[in-house]
Structure formats: structure tokens, C-alpha cells
Write a protein that binds this ligand. Structure first.
Ligand code: PAF
Length: 282
């Protein structure tokens, strides 16, 4: 695996790969890699791309400086995992490569969907996320980019941004590939934040998945689904939201339909977790 710490090093590697006729895929991450990230990488590799993984803890998507400071940083371990996985290039830029001093980057708009749920609870988060993802797309010009469904609202916003850019001729075709959430043996969605869950809070963290599953099992009526889900949540979890939504508009639904999502955000101790499940065909 090659390593690029700057945009100049990145460009050199990308030129060489493209000269060999390779198409490039990007897996954007903030590091502290786990099996969820590796599943994105494996999918991109299996689809034949020259796979670039970026690791950049983006200060602009954290509302809270303490949360940014506490975010796990494990570059050495991450690099070994990516080497073992067979990744072609690790791009681990510095702040000034992503946000060059004196350069004003175009801010993509998160729109109405970006104001809901995560947008409401983490003001500015989606603006920061779209800013960095757009910048990474500009720097790497990938043909495909891989995102996990755990961050479902992020995935939809990135898809919407890219669709608009392609339609307006601002961007070359770019396929956004959504990948299923990877879970531990009891269903807890893998997340870099899980490292910070205290052992005494693990059972509560795992109740989040049980709650979603109970909601899905309760039929299609929103109220009954939310009630069933809440009854499974460990009492020490602090719920930000639990809702049944349309997967495109993020409007609340009174009745579930195939493709809709049951979404949740809740904290256990100091750690805030999000998750969702898709409503299947009845
Ligand atoms: O999902 C993440 O890890 C981040 O939001 C992303 C997409 C890498 C942008 O910083």
C-alpha cells in the first residue's frame, strides 16, 4: 500500500494508477477503522477499483470541540489494517491540504433534509461533512465512493449532492455505493465511537438494536412501532430521536412501507450512537 500525506503525493499516485488504466474508488473515513470500514474496502476491491482510503478527522463536522478532541486517532493501526486488506493507497492529509489557507471552498447545501434529525441535534454537522466529502471528491475524482448505511442521513445527503452536481455538469459521473451496516454478535452497529463505550454501558448500547428490531416486529403502525421500540431501550439510554421516516424525504410516516427506515439516536454515558433499520417487504 502506498501512503500519501499531501495532495501532491496523492496526485502522483492517482496519475500513475490512471496511466495503468485503473478506475479509482474512494472510501472516505475518519480513521479508527473497524470491520464496517473494512467491508466497504473489501467491496470496492472486489469491484476491481484502485482503492483509495482517506483518513481525515474533519474538524468542521464536530459541533463540540471536546467531541473532536476525543475522537479516536489510530493511524498506525489503521494503516496496518488497510495494508492487510490490500488497499492501494492511504490518503492521510493534513488540515491545510483539505482546507488550504486563503482558499474559500464552495459549501454544498444540505437543504431541508439536512435540517432534520441529525441536522437538528448537531447544527453545522452536515455542512462540515458535505464540505469535506465534496473536497475529497474534487481531490480524488473517483468513479465510485463507498458509504455505510449506519449513517443513513449522511448517505442520502451525499447521494443528493452528487446527483445535483452531475445533473448540472459540475461533476463527472460518480457512483455512490451504499453498504449494509456491520454489527457485532448482539447487533450493535459498529462505529469508531464504540471504543469509548464503558463496559458497564455496553448492554444499554446493545439495547438500541433490540429496540429497532422490536419496532420492526410490531407491525406497520408508527405509534405501535415506536412504543415497542421504546419498551426495549435500556432505561439508562438518553434518546435524542426515534422515528419512522420515508427514506428519501425524511418525512415522518404514520404507516410503514417497504424501503422506509426506523431511525434512532441515543446516548449511553458520554457516547452518542445512531442506527437504523430498513422496513422490508411484508
Ligand atoms: O462517516 C464518516 O466517517 C465521515 O462523516 C466522513 C464521510 C468520512 C466525512 O468526514
Amino acid at each position: 500500500m502506498e501512503l500519501a500525506h499531501s495532495t501532491a503525493e496523492l496526485d502522483a499516485q492517482l496519475i500513475a494508477a490512471r496511466e495503468q488504466g485503473r478506475k479509482v474508488a474512494l472510501v472516505p473515513t475518519m480513521g479508527a477503522l473497524h470491520k464496517g470500514h473494512l467491508s466497504l474496502v473489501q467491496r470496492a476491491l472486489a469491484e476491481g477499483y484502485f482503492v483509495v482510503v482517506s483518513i481525515f478527522v474533519n474538524p468542521k463536522q464536530f459541533g463540540d470541540e471536546a467531541d473532536f478532541g476525543d475522537y479516536p486517532r489510530t493511524l498506525g493501526v489503521d494503516a496496518r489494517l488497510l495494508t492487510d486488506a490490500g488497499v492501494d493507497l492511504l490518503f492521510a492529509p493534513g488540515n491545510s491540504d483539505i482546507y488550504p489557507p486563503g482558499v474559500e471552498l464552495k459549501q454544498p447545501q444540505a437543504g431541508e433534509i439536512g435540517q432534520k434529525f441529525e441536522g437538528e441535534h448537531r447544527p453545522g454537522h452536515f455542512d462540515g461533512m458535505l464540505l469535506v466529502v465534496n473536497r475529497l471528491f474534487d481531490l480524488v475524482s473517483p468513479s465510485a465512493a463507498y458509504f455505510g448505511e449506519k449513517d443513513f442521513q449522511q448517505l442520502v445527503l451525499v447521494k443528493n449532492m452528487v446527483r445535483q452536481q452531475i445533473q448540472s455538469g459540475e461533476r463527472e459521473p460518480l457512483k455512490i455505493v451504499s453498504c449494509e451496516t456491520v454489527r457485532d454478535e448482539e447487533g450493535l452497529a459498529l462505529s469508531s465511537r464504540n471504543i469509548r463505550i464503558k463496559p458497564e454501558h455496553l448492554a444499554a448500547a446493545r439495547s438500541i438494536y433490540r429496540a429497532l428490531s422490536a419496532g420492526l416486529a410490531a407491525g406497520s403502525n408508527r405509534e405501535r412501532m415506536l412504543e415497542a421500540a421504546k419498551s426495549e431501550l435500556d432505561p439508562i439510554t438518553r434518546l435524542d430521536y426515534l422515528e419512522l421516516i420515508d427514506a428519501e424525504s425524511f418525512e415522518v410516516l404514520a404507516e410503514a412501507k417497504p424501503g422506509a427506515r426506523l431511525i434512532i439516536a441515543a446516548s449511553v454515558g458520554e457516547v452518542r450512537l445512531i442506527d437504523n433499520l430498513v422496513i422490508g417487504d411484508a
